[in-house]
Design a protein around this ligand. Structure first.
Ligand code: ATP
Ligand code: MG
Length: 277
């Protein structure tokens, strides 16, 4: 089965995260054994992004959501690292600024959405408005509970206008998170990543799980599907996401645009210039 189907949250289904193994490696034995496949999908990603950029018929929006240490930064490095920086961008969603907070919650997401030909990765996204906002009661339930429908309408509008949307939840276990916190503590080059909020948020793990389960269940749609990616193994997480993006972009059957010039004529000029040299 292709990975697009294998890890997709079927629209209308109810997600139970505890039933999905965060340590899965599918059929792969080890990172080493998968290295060739990883390189293959990275190369493909680069080719397909070049095509997307040249064709300018579609844009691609990748949303990344995860618990702290889930690996959003790692995915961005891996996926974007494979692409040409021209035509790619990352948009990070932090606590809303005063200006953002004065608008509706989708305003900043819409503003950051990709233009045709462009790839944009949302590092966190408009889903924070039904996650952290819900867990900490930052707005009344009556407000956040209608946002699922608002998000679906927003995403439908984007896709109707040529944006391809792929949303990834990086699924790690609570034990794996603790292990990663410890690694950060032991590695001076990672100390800057540590924030008090991370440990505090860990105390709300079950509330976040409930929030994610509702968002994944209600907002995985045909036009903008969610994928639950087993993310305890970083290399498998990267492989799975690269492969899903590749499979999706391949399904678009994109074509390089036809030349806008008369190639025969340009070739003649080239040969004439080469002869003169
Ligand atoms: P990293 O820690 O890997 O650098 P990060 O995405 O965790 O990346 P931080 O600056 O640590 O970045 O955290 C951003 C914080 O902003 C998160 O705690 C997130 O929940 C919060 N946030 C994002 N969107 C909203 C929102 N709409 N309302 C309130 N808080 C939000
Ligand atoms: Mg953080």
């Amino acid at each position: 089965m292709n990975y697009l189907e294998r890890f997709k949250v079927a629209p209308g289904s109810k997600v139970k995260l505890r039933k999905l193994d965060p340590a899965s490696k599918d059929a792969h034995k080890s990172h080493k054994a998968a290295a060739e496949e990883i390189a293959h999908y990275q190369n493909k990603l680069r080719e397909l992004q070049d095509l997307l950029y040249a064709e300018r018929g579609h844009s691609l929006l990748i949303c990344l959501q995860a618990m702290d240490t889930g690996g959003k930064d790692g995915v961005i490095n891996h996926v974007l690292g494979a692409m040409n920086p021209q035509g790619c961008r990352v948009a990070a969603f932090k606590q809303p600024s005063a200006e953002e907070a004065a608008h509706d919650f989708l305003w900043r997401a819409h503003k950051a959405a990709p233009a045709r030909g462009e790839v944009v990765i949302f590092n966190r996204s408009h889903y924070e408005d039904v996650l952290v906002v819900r867990v900490h009661n930052l707005v009344p339930k009556a407000v956040w509970s209608r946002r699922y429908d608002e998000i679906n309408d927003f995403e439908q509008n984007l896709t109707a206008n040529g944006t391809q949307i792929l949303k990834f939840f990086l699924h790690i276990s609570k034990e794996e998170q603790l292990k990663r916190f410890k690694e950060r503590l032991d590695d001076p080059s990672k100390h800057w990543k540590i924030s008090e909020a991370d440990y505090k948020e860990r105390g709300f793990w079950d509330d976040y799980v409930a929030g994610y389960e509702e968002a994944l269940s209600r907002c995985s749609t045909k036009h903008a599907p969610w994928f639950v990616i087993p993310a305890n193994h970083k290399w498998f997480r990267n492989l799975a996401i690269a492969r899903i993006v590749v499979e999706h972009l391949e399904s678009l059957k994109m074509q390089y645009p036809k030349p806008t010039v008369d190639l025969k004529c340009i070739r003649r000029e080239y040969h004439a210039a080469a002869k003169d040299k």
